[in-house]
Design a protein around this ligand. Structure first.
Ligand code: ATP
Ligand code: MG
Length: 193
């Protein structure tokens, strides 16, 4: 597949080097801190037990574990799809329980394994979030987000029904990026990609 713009390769895996605050290749600024995050199910089963992790700004991090080990549960806590205990998840050093929940979700984008494509074209889907905030994306903006998700310009006018599952996942990714989150999670992508 050709990328959208000749000579310029936009790609998600290009990490913004501005995050390297030391100048010697070490990443300093912590975007998300998780401290002793614990979750016990209603039936008393421990799902997460004192999880501690610092996620620096500008890195791509994978969370790997067996099925049922708590990966999705962990990620859901990071944008309050379940409410973590106070003082266990911090975004930019602020307890996310003290932040406006919609504000957290705007900053922390979440992509699910099964993409749900809205009615209309791919371009309509990508424009949806910004439009809710009163921002109209130009055609070029839409092409830019398509390219970031490795979709060429032919997808602009397609409808959801014309997409493979992998392509629909990429549209969902482009749609999430169009909301300009500060952090993006991709939950449980398996072999589909
Ligand atoms: N709402 C719930 N109530 C009770 N138990 C739950 C609930 N949701 C998940 N669990 C349990 O919590 C554990 C962790 O689930 P989770 O979905 O976080 O796992 P996972 O690591 O994402 O697994 P997979 O790789 O299969 O997606 C599982 O054992 C599951 O049975
Ligand atoms: Mg999961």
């Amino acid at each position: 597949m050709e990328s959208f713009q000749d000579g310029e390769r936009l790609h998600l895996l290009v990490v913004d080097e501005a995050g390297d605050t030391t100048g010697n290749g070490t990443w300093q600024e912590t975007k998300i801190e998780v401290r002793d995050l614990t979750k016990v199910s209603d039936k008393g089963v421990v799902i997460l037990s004192k999880v501690n992790v610092d996620i620096p700004k500008g890195v791509i991090m994978g969370i790997i574990g067996p099925s049922g080990s708590g990966k999705s549960t962990f990620l859901r806590a990071l944008n309050r799809l379940w409410e973590p205990p106070r003082a266990s998840v911090f975004l930019d050093a602020v307890d996310i329980c003290d932040l406006d929940v919609l504000g957290v979700r705007r900053k922390v984008g979440m992509l699910f394994q099964l993409p749900a494509i809205f009615e209309g074209t791919v371009a309509d889907n990508i424009r949806y979030g910004p439009q809710l905030r009163g921002k109209k994306l130009s055609d070029n903006d839409v092409y830019k987000f398509l390219a970031l998700a490795d979709l060429d310009s032919s997808f602009f006018n397609k409808s959801g029904g014309e997409l493979s599952v992998g392509q629909a996942q990429r549209v969902a990714l482009a749609r999430t990026l169009a909301n300009e989150p500060e952090v993006t999670y991709r939950v449980n992508f398996g072999t589909t990609y």
